[in-house]
Ligand binder design. Structure first.
Ligand SMILES: C[S@@+](CC[C@H](N)C(=O)[O-])C[C@H]1O[C@@H](n2cnc3c(N)ncnc32)[C@H](O)[C@@H]1O
Length: 173
């Protein structure tokens, strides 16, 4: 299970700026971002493909306004949301380090591509998406995938770390 890292904390500090009625977090891990969102969103649904993560969250996070569910992206998600948060696996596939919390696909952006292709139908009209990725993910490709799906974006923050730069985007219709 993914222990919160710089990317988690970078998104976490922005969540308070997007109070809303409904929030979806994809890939919740230890639930750190869902927990923060539950302070500002009336209802939070948090999903992960990893059963261990969902079991951990159900056991350790007891907030009436958060629900945890097993789901591959939106496969087990119904409805639309005001805020969607995703700290995805965004690194290019490494044959030696097989880790579904890090592995974004062969080129690093494949899971984000699947996410962007599906997210529109789960986003309310004035909804917002918080998405983070790295300089190792292929920023140009992410920008073009956002546009291809008729979405717009702004870079909220950029942070340099040891071997990469992290980009936090706000994406909207
Ligand atoms: C980088 S971790 C982020 C964890 C946590 N949100 C945080 O910020 O600390 C990515 C998470 O996405 C989950 N994940 C990977 N592929 C997924 C998929 N197809 N659908 C849902 N969750 C997925 C992983 O299990 C992992 O918990």
């Amino acid at each position: 299970m993914y222990e919160p890292e710089e990317d988690s904390y970078l998104i976490e500090k922005h969540i308070k700026n997007y109070p809303s009625d409904s929030c979806l977090e994809i890939g919740t891990g230890t639930g750190i971002l869902a927990l923060e969102a539950s302070n500002y969103c009336k209802k939070v649904l948090a999903v992960d493909i990893d059963k261990e993560a969902i079991d951990y969250c159900k056991k350790n996070i007891k907030r009436k306004n958060i629900k945890f569910k097993l789901s591959d992206l939106f496969s087990n998600v119904k409805g639309k949301f005001d805020l969607i948060i995703f700290n995805p696996p965004y690194l290019p596939n490494d044959q030696l380090v097989k880790d579904k919390a890090l592995d974004g696909g062969k080129k690093g952006y494949e899971l984000i591509e699947r996410f962007l292709n599906q997210v529109n139908s789960h986003l309310n009209k004035n909804g917002k998406i918080l998405l983070i990725f790295s300089s190792l993910t292929n920023k140009k490709k992410i920008n073009s995938l956002i546009k291809k799906n008729n979405l717009k974006f702004k870079e909220l923050e950029k942070q340099k770390f040891f071997f990469e730069e992290l980009y936090l985007y706000i994406i909207y219709k």
